[in-house]
Design a protein around this ligand. Structure first.
Ligand SMILES: Nc1ncnc2c1ncn2[C@@H]1O[C@H](COP(=O)(O)OP(=O)(O)OP(=O)(O)O)[C@@H](O)[C@H]1O
Length: 619
């Protein structure tokens, strides 16, 4: 309750002017010296009056005492005022600090709001991914595809809690409804024996975490988003289900000319497609050679090769097609292939596919489907765009995630070194001594790739080079000679070698740090594969942007790597906003927010360039 202060009525001022009202007990201030003088003069007169009662000395003493007490009272009052002032000041400081924090908090909130608007816009910009027929007929699938595969009895009998214990043990994170159980042994997945034998021969005896959860999920016919770090065995997790589906279909009714494929695997690069195709074909061969299974035929469908060479496969019906988008669309448009029987669609490196502008191509491929298919997206990173993409093309999907999307492989020892631009080439030679071959050197600049190769050749190092401007033959020669060990070093542009699985790379040298941390994760991921440890050395210098360095710093921290002093000293402007830092929703980088995402900026730049070209009448 608030009490109303009592106010005394004022008597009007005699001169009519407004006077300040003084309290009744008001005493004007008289300095100590003046009071002492007044008292002494009073004392003089009092001395005579009380002469008979008290001696002058006694009176003087009394006065002194009184004065001392007054002085002490004053000092106490001053002290009280001082204390009040300090308290007031402290309260003011607290108030100011709170106001500042509030302002910062609202800045962070504003940022989050902006991000939400941007993301919503991006979502709206994407159309539903479906075939022309489905769109025209308004077909909406609500249930996953059914397959005849079931986990073995003893696994089905385990409780959900027991399944979760296995997931936790292997750091598998899942999201979705009715998630199939994780299965930690290939044999329990009911994988055909000849394939098990083949895998064993390649040293693949136990499934990796992404395979433990991913293979049963795919075998059960569920749509899925598979996220796992580089080199964690994603390829097997999506080729094996394609083979199983093909076996099931072939067993029902053997494929004849013009039929198929059952499984379609799309990769962003020719090299990656070839590698996936070879792995797939090897498993099909193992089945056929066992004599107990029908022949399954796979087809490689990429630019730069003569499709007539695979005419035999096309003539007899094809079960699995591994393709790059451009050549696949060409084949579908020309009617050399059709998706009428296709039940299984997988996009490897889906994030890269979208980055490389294949989104429209994927839409175009989707438009060839007549019936529901099982769709899988695999990626080492999980930008927001993939989540949106999945939402538009997957039905009741399951997310299988091993480790944070975009995190680096923990089996890679990451060493970051500050090397001046002009010293890089010479230092590279020294750096090559760190490990025996094979070694991969990355640079995002094609000219730099050529320069490095030339320099190494001059220095007597057996090096090959690969980048986007090389011919198909040159690229294939480089990969072949490096894979077989004929060449010790491969100098590569990041794009040309994404997802490639080379044998036991000892050392990756990131000669020029890529702008996008995702690319860096892919590059260093060429080593430290299938559980082996590898080394990655990265050169940074003044040319590396602070934001990239910040992304790198957080990535190193997350992977519990040694952080060089110069990285430690970089402050994160967002850290002052307080609260935990969340990764960029676009690329997963930990050192920046959505608005500073280099990926988003690159995309906007591309769009702008395309618009400018269009406006300029270039088409
Ligand atoms: N269960 C396993 N046990 C041991 N090695 C395996 C297993 N599964 C796959 N591998 C091997 O691990 C290597 C990496 O596998 P893979 O290429 O599928 O990785 P990835 O996750 O696709 O990597 P990236 O994201 O870089 O493409 C391959 O040589 C593969 O033969």
């Amino acid at each position: 309750m608030v009490s109303t202060p009592l106010r005394r009525p004022r008597s009007p001022s005699p001169n009519g002017e407004d006077e300040m009202t003084l309290p009744e007990d008001y005493k004007p201030y008289v300095p100590v010296a003046k009071r002492r003088a007044q008292m002494l003069s009073q004392l003089g007169s009092k001395k005579q009056e009380v002469k008979k009662v008290k001696t002058a000395e006694e009176l003087e003493k009394e006065m002194e005492e009184e004065l001392r007490e007054q002085a002490e009272d004053e000092e106490r009052a001053r002290e009280k005022a001082r204390r009040e002032r300090t308290l007031l000041q402290a309260a003011q400081e607290v108030k100011e600090r709170k106001a500042l924090e509030d302002a910062q908090k609202s800045a962070a909130d504003k940022e989050a709001e902006k991000e939400a608007i941007l993301l919503a816009e991006m979502e709206r910009a994407q159309k539903k991914l479906a075939s022309a027929q489905e769109l025209a007929q308004g077909t909406v699938y609500t249930e996953s595809l059914r397959t005849s595969w079931r986990p073995p009895h003893y696994i089905r009998n385990l409780s959900e809690e027991e399944h979760q214990v296995i997931r936790d043990k292997f750091h598998i994170i899942t999201e979705g409804d009715g998630i199939p159980p994780p299965i930690p042994h290939f044999a329990d997945m009911k994988v055909p024996k000849p394939i098990l034998e083949y895998l064993k021969g390649k040293g693949i005896k136990k499934p990796t975490p992404i395979q433990i959860q991913g293979i049963p999920t795919a075998f059960a016919g569920r749509d899925m988003i598979g996220i796992a770090f580089t080199g964690s065995g994603k390829t097997l997790a999506f080729t094996l289900p394609a083979i199983m589906q093909s076996l099931e279909m072939e067993a029902k009714l053997p494929f004849v000319r013009g039929e198929g494929p059952v499984g379609l695997i799309i990769c962003p690069s020719r090299e990656l497609a070839r590698q996936t195709y070879e792995g797939c074909q090897a498993m099909c061969n193992a089945l056929k050679e066992s004599g107990n299974y029908p022949e399954l035929r796979s087809l490689l469908c990429i630019g730069g090769i003569n499709m007539a060479d695979q005419g035999d496969v096309l003539n007899r019906g094809v079960h699995i097609v591994v393709a790059t988008p451009g050549r696949l669309i060409d084949m579908l448009d020309k009617g050399k292939l059709n998706a009428n029987n296709c039940k299984y669609l997988c996009m490897d490196e889906a994030d890269r596919m979208i980055d490389m502008g294949f989104e429209e191509d994927v839409r175009s491929i989707m438009s060839h489907f007549k019936y529901q298919r099982q769709t899988l997206l695999f990626s080492a990173t999980m930008p927001r765009k993939i989540q949106d993409f999945a939402q538009q093309s997957l039905i009741n999907p399951i997310l299988v995630n091993v480790g944070r999307a975009g995190a680096a492989n923990m089996d890679v020892i990451q060493e970051v070194e500050y090397v001046k631009q002009e010293a890089k080439m010479v230092y590279l030679l020294e750096c090559l001594q760190k490990t025996p071959p094979p070694v991969i050197i990355f640079s995002d600049n094609k000219n730099e790739v050529d320069d490095i190769q030339e320099y190494l050749l001059l220095k007597g190092v057996e090096a090959v080079a690969i980048h986007g401007s090389k011919t198909q033959e040159e690229r294939e020669y480089a990969i072949r000679s490096f894979k077989t060990g004929a060449k010790d070093v491969m100098v590569a542009s990041g794009v040309a070698s994404k997802g490639l699985d080379f044998n036991e790379i000892q050392h990756v040298i990131v000669y020029t740090m890529p702008k996008e941390i995702e690319d860096y994760v892919h590059e260093i991921g060429r080593t430290g594969r299938s559980g082996k440890t590898g080394i990655a050395t990265t050169f940074v210098n003044m040319n590396t942007s602070e934001q990239t360095l910040l992304d790198l710093k957080y990535l190193l921290m997350e992977a519990k790597q040694k952080i060089p002093e110069f990285l430690l000293s970089i402050d994160d402007p967002r850290a002052s906003h307080g609260g935990a830092l969340k990764g960029c929703p676009i690329c997963g980088g930990l050192g920046h927010g959505l608005q500073d995402c280099p990926k988003l900026q690159e995309e906007q730049r591309r769009k702008q360039a395309a618009n400018t070209r269009y406006d300029g009448g270039g088409y």
